[in-house]
Design a binder for this molecule. Sequence first.
Ligand code: SF4
Ligand code: SF4
Length: 271
Amino acid sequence: MAAVPTKPRRRPKLAVWKFSSCDGCQLSLLDCEDELLAVAEAVEIAYFLEATRAEIAGPYDISLVEGSIGTAHDAARIQQIRKQSKVLITIGACATAGGIQALRNFRDVDGFIRAVYARPDYIDTLATSTAIQDHVKVDFELRGCPISKEQLLEVLNAFLNHRRPVVPPMSQCIECKMHGTVCVMVARGTPCLGPVTQAGCGNLCPAHDRGCYGCFGPKETPNVAALTKQFAALGRTDGDIANALRSFNANAEPFRAEAQRRETPPHRVPS
Ligand code: SF4
Ligand code: SF4
């Protein structure tokens, strides 16, 4: 009996979009060297300018969005991307918290522009850098600066198989315990944001005897005020503490609120 011809399976269309960012989180996908072929077999890469100039029109089954919204053009473009995407996943600190560029949210952006650029009139920017979820509905946020490629693979696998991703919102401290890393804060008095930072990097800094700088952003229910009280007991000034919280995830609410509480008087940008 002749075989019944079967319709070829349509692979889900994957798009990778960039907004204000350094491209490092997109690079994490290309960095999946051992797994990249399996990813390319599981999905149709429809739009990913860091990997290919080929562009396939939407709609897209999964969109990965890197970067923050920093211009009026960005704000309009993300609305279009949301309309074309069944699932929208934000990747990295820029997309989930505004990134380093959100430091401008706390100062006079015109002062920065005048201080930095020879031709300020060329610059067309919003006064703030904000997370993607401040503009459109987001289905999942993947933290990190940059993201972990293992977590990215887990999230893609989960959405392709219609299950919840296993990305626990636990703190870096739990990773220290799991790796047997001696606590740098308890043993050496080194300030560490690990107690309030979400795990995911693989315990990178404490394992090398350094405190965590918080690049994976706030963990679930962080007690930032209790931690900064401990930083103060270790001799750190309010300015030091505000600066420690103002890095990759400065605009994430728990870090932003505590930095603002500690910051006296506010610094000024030269005009
Ligand atoms: S080194 Fe930092 S992350 Fe690790 S247990 Fe101590 S405070 Fe927590
Ligand atoms: S320990 Fe903290 S600062 Fe270091 S890589 Fe991990 S999240 Fe980033």
